[in-house]
Ligand binder design. Structure first.
Ligand code: HEM
Length: 410
C-alpha cells in the first residue's frame, strides 16, 4: 500500500508588503487571490484559519450572519490579532458580539455617528486642523523636520473622539500611549494586557465622573438614559467608551499619515485635487481603498457549515477576511494598483468592512480625512518627506498599517 503524502502545511498569513512597495498589500495576497482565493493559512500560535482574498467572497462572508464576530466562539481565530477593540472580558464591545446583543447596543449610539451629526461637527474638525497646522508652521523646521504623525495625524482623531466621549484633552497623550500598546503585534501579551487594564481603569474613572456630573457627550447620555433605565450596566458604558476610543483613534490617524504621504509623492494627483477641490470626497474613498489599513482582519468564526466558492467552511472553523486583497481585486477595480481619484466605483471598497458590523464611525473618519487633505494641500503645497521614503518606518509590525513616524518639511 502506498502511504498517503501528508497534507502540505498551510502557508503563513502574509503580513509584510512587498520590498520597496510600502503602499501595496502584504506580499503573497495577490497570488492567493488568483490561485487560491479561499486558502488555509497558519497563525503565529500554530493554529490555522481560512483566508478570503477575493472581493466577492469577502462580501459574502461579512454579509452572512452564520459567520460570528463573537471572539469566545469555538474556532474564532484570535492568534496574532491585536487590532480594533479588546477581545475579551466585560469591555469586549459590540464589535465582538452577534445579534441580538450587537443590534441592541449598536442602535444606542447609531444616531451619534450619522452623517447629519458629523456634518455639524465639520467646522470644529476644521478648527482643530487649522490650529494643529498653525502649530506646525511655527516650528523651526531647519532644526528638526516636523513629524506629521505626532503633529497632526494622531491628535486630530484623538481630539475628535475625545470631544464626542467627553474625554478631557489633557488625557489624550495617555490614550495614544495605551492604545498604541494594545495594537502592537510585537509587544508580549502580558504587556498588552497591562495596557488594556490601565485603559479600563481610566475609563471607569471617566464614567464615574460623568455619572456624578453629566455633560453633553455620548457617555453622559448613555448614563442618564439607558443606564438609568436599567438597559445598560456600568460595565457596558465603559465598554462603549473603550470601543469608540480604540476603533476611532489609531485607524483614522494611520489613514491620515498614509494619505498625506501618497499625495506628497504623487504630484499630479495633488495638483488635480488642488485645482478641483470637489474631487476630494472621491479621493478619500480611493485612498481608503488603496491603503486598506486593516491588515489582517476582520475575522469571524463559522457557526454552521457554509459553502463559499466551492469550499466547505465547517462550523467551528475560523475565517480571516483580507480587506487589502479584496480592495485590489481587479474583477471589481480595474487597474487596482493605481491610485485613481476619479475612479467611478472607489466607494464600493470594503475598507470599512461590510454587513452588520460595517464601521459605525465611517462618516466621522471620512469627514476628518476630507478636512485634513483639503487643508494640507492648500496650506502646505510644498510639503514633502524630510528624507528618503525607504527610511520612513512603516508599521509592518502592527495590525493597523501606516507610518510610525512621518518626518516632513516644506
Ligand atoms: C479610516 C478609519 C477607519 C477604518 C479604516 C475603520 C475600519 C473599520 C472596519 C473594517 C470595521 C468592521 C469590523 C468588523 O467587521 O469586524 C469597523 C467597525 C467599527 N468602527 Fe471603524 N474604522 C475607522 C474609523 C472609525 C471611527 C472614527 C470610529 C468611531 C469613533 C469607528 C468605530 C467603529 C465601530 C464602533 C465599529 C464596530 C461596528 C459594529 O460592530 O457594528 N471606526 N471599522
Amino acid at each position: 500500500m502506498t502511504p498517503t503524502a501528508p497534507a502540505p502545511a498551510p502557508a503563513r498569513l502574509p503580513t509584510e508588503p512587498p520590498p520597496g512597495c510600502p503602499f501595496d498589500p502584504p506580499a503573497g495576497l495577490d497570488r492567493l487571490r488568483v490561485e487560491e482565493p479561499l486558502s488555509k493559512v497558519s497563525l503565529p500560535d500554530g493554529t490555522w484559519a481560512w483566508l478570503a482574498t477575493r472581493y466577492a467572497d469577502v462580501r459574502a462572508i461579512l454579509g452572512d450572519q452564520r459567520f460570528s464576530s463573537d471572539t469566545t466562539r469555538p474556532g474564532y481565530p484570535l492568534s496574532g490579532m491585536t487590532g480594533g477593540a479588546p477581545v475579551d472580558g466585560a469591555a469586549r464591545g459590540f464589535i465582538r458580539m452577534d445579534p441580538p446583543d450587537h443590534t441592541r447596543l449598536r442602535r444606542m449610539v447609531t444616531r451619534d455617528f450619522m452623517v447629519k451629526r458629523v456634518e455639524a461637527l465639520r467646522p470644529t474638525l476644521q478648527k482643530i486642523t487649522d490650529e494643529l497646522c498653525d502649530a506646525m508652521e511655527q516650528t523651526d523646521r531647519a532644526e528638526h523636520p516636523v513629524d506629521l504623525v505626532q503633529a497632526l495625524a494622531l491628535p486630530l482623531p484623538s481630539l475628535a473622539i475625545s470631544l464626542l466621549l467627553g474625554v478631557p484633552y489633557d488625557d489624550h497623550e495617555k490614550f495614544q500611549h495605551l492604545t498604541g500598546q494594545l495594537l502592537s503585534r510585537e509587544l508580549p501579551e502580558e504587556e498588552r494586557a497591562t495596557a488594556r487594564k490601565e485603559l479600563l481603569v481610566y475609563l471607569n474613572g471617566l464614567v464615574a465622573a460623568k455619572e456624578a456630573e453629566p455633560g453633553e457627550d455620548i457617555l453622559s447620555r448613555l448614563l442618564t438614559e439607558q443606564y438609568a433605565q436599567g438597559e445598560l450596566t456600568r460595565e457596558d458604558v465603559v465598554a462603549f467608551a473603550a470601543l469608540l476610543l480604540i476603533a476611532g483613534h489609531e485607524t483614522t490617524a494611520n489613514m491620515i499619515g498614509l494619505s498625506a504621504l501618497s499625495l506628497m509623492l504623487d504630484h499630479e494627483t495633488a495638483d488635480q485635487l488642488r485645482e478641483d477641490p470637489s474631487l476630494i470626497r472621491g479621493a478619500v474613498e480611493e485612498l481608503l481603498r488603496f491603503h486598506s489599513i486593516i491588515r489582517n482582519g476582520p475575522r469571524r468564526a463559522a457557526t454552521e457549515d457554509v459553502e463559499i466558492d466551492g469550499h466547505l467552511i465547517r462550523a467551528g472553523e475560523g475565517v480571516i477576511v483580507a480587506v487589502p486583497a479584496a480592495n485590489r481585486d481587479e474583477a471589481t477595480f480595474p487597474e487596482p494598483d493605481r491610485l485613481d481619484v476619479c475612479r467611478p466605483n472607489s466607494q464600493h471598497h470594503v475598507a470599512f468592512g461590510y454587513g452588520i458590523h460595517q464601521c459605525l464611525g465611517q462618516a466621522l473618519a471620512r469627514a476628518e480625512l476630507q478636512v485634513v487633505i483639503g487643508t494640507l494641500l492648500h496650506r502646505f503645497p510644498g510639503m514633502r518627506p524630510a528624507g528618503p521614503v525607504d527610511e520612513v518606518p512603516f508599521r509592518t509590525d502592527m495590525a493597523i498599517y501606516g507610518c510610525h513616524e512621518l518626518p516632513v518639511t516644506w
